[in-house]
Design a protein around this ligand. Sequence first.
Ligand code: ZN
Ligand code: ZN
Length: 178
Amino acid sequence: MESMAETEPIGVITSRTNGSRVFVLSAQAWSQIEKQLFNTFSTGASSFLVHLGEYYGRAIVREAKAGVQPPAFERVLQTLASASGWGEISVKGLTRGDTAFTVETRNCVFCSQASQLKSCYFLLGVVAGAAGETFGKQFEATEHQCGHSGSQVCRMTVEPAESRERTGLIPAVGRVLG
Ligand SMILES: [Zn+2]
Ligand SMILES: [Zn+2]
């Protein structure tokens, strides 16, 4: 974990990037949380996870922007994913955030456990929220390939909400269907 350091006092882990505290969750326990959410809220669980991710992604970008040298969108996502144990993220086809682009995650943790959920909803929300906060408008993310259905890579299309109707993709943020 290149951007995290365990320091004194005991039980405190801080980010090397900005010195703020971080904490770690077990992937297996997280998948149990998702399972319970699904049992309680059925398909509403996916929407809940997307929103949770969106708020987290927005907060992470705000934190990064507060630094002396704010990193670019791709760097923020890559650092977040690698330091958090989420996987290896790459961004393709991103220009100025006014058209659709692709986010790919290898070794994605969110589909590494068996789940009733069909997609990496939390990560979808993080990516859309981080894009929204970076470019100052609403983004929607849709996952086309996912480890939940056997893919080696989770591949998402991310696009400004206003351009969604042109491509006809099913939106992830705000209106998840299942
Ligand atoms: Zn995944
Ligand atoms: Zn996935």
